[in-house]
Write a protein that binds this ligand. Structure first.
Ligand code: PGA
Length: 247
């Protein structure tokens, strides 16, 4: 399957960060790797980056959206607005949003429906905490989140899953190849059970302290179809090095 290397800039980046985008676009021009490449900057930079990357190999995505298309929701941004400004993807249900904003899997499912209605590809995040893992609940937690975060509206629509063990995000710790293989296999099985043939074609990304030094190993694990990269996506050289491991 074609891989997707996606950068999640979180709440980082100012207008001057267009330099990083320029460097990534130039780097992509010089590579033969056949993979999808995406940067998800904060809302404030989406429009500028979408214009800057038009016609290039780099896609631009968002990190959240509201579940309805428009209306009285002060401070929120709809999926339709994101599509209108040139975003192709939207990250939904990231563990930081689940923790900081109390987002439930049911909220994530509603947002995912809105995203596909607007023509966006949702990247739906799932992952266990350290306490879950230590209690032997990884499979139960991840598959439970998956079941409840995916609406039926995804049938026949492109979508992406990101497995992000919470204990590996921004910590420098990564799940080992065996742990990643086990969860990705379980996610694939659940997708095929629910979506049939479509489930075989859903990209399943790994996220959590992915960097140039570990990217080749992680991207080589069965059922790992790409990465969702936080910290290492803020530096063009690191992000490109990870992208170049996707071949
Ligand atoms: P990290 O973040 O690469 O900095 O661990 C990944 C993520 O949260 O998407």
């Amino acid at each position: 399957m074609r891989k997707l290397i996606a950068g999640n800039w979180k709440m980082n980046g100012l207008r001057a960060s267009s330099d990083v985008i320029t460097e990534i676009v130039q780097g992509l021009e010089g590579t033969e790797i056949e993979a999808d490449c995406l940067i998800c900057p904060p809302f404030t930079l989406l429009g500028a980056f979408a214009e800057q990357t038009a016609g290039s190999g780099l896609k631009i995505g968002a990190q959240n959206c509201h579940a309805v298309a428009s209306g009285a929701h002060t401070g929120d941004v709809s999926a339709q607005m994101l599509a209108d400004i040139g975003a192709s993807h939207v990250i939904l249900g990231h563990s930081e949003r689940r923790a900081d904003h109390g987002e439930l899997s049911s909220d994530v499912a509603a947002k995912a429906s809105a995203a596909v209605d607007a023509g966006l590809v949702p990247i739906i995040c799932v992952g266990e905490s350290l306490a879950d893992r230590e209690a032997g609940l990884t499979r139960k937690v991840v598959l439970g989140q998956l079941d409840m975060s995916l609406p039926d509206a995804l049938v026949e629509k492109p979508f992406v899953i990101a497995y992000e063990p919470i204990w590996a995000i921004g910590t420098g710790l990564t799940a080992d190849a065996g742990q990643i293989a086990e969860v990705h296999h379980a996610v694939r099985e659940a997708l095929v059970k629910r979506f049939g043939e479509q489930g075989h074609n859903v990209q399943i990304l790994y996220g959590g302290s992915m960097k140039p030094a570990n990217a080749t190993e992680i991207l080589g694990v069965a059922d790992v179809d790409g990465g969702l990269i936080g910290g290492a996506s803020l530096k063009a050289a690191d992000f490109l090095a990870i992208f170049n491991s996707a071949g």
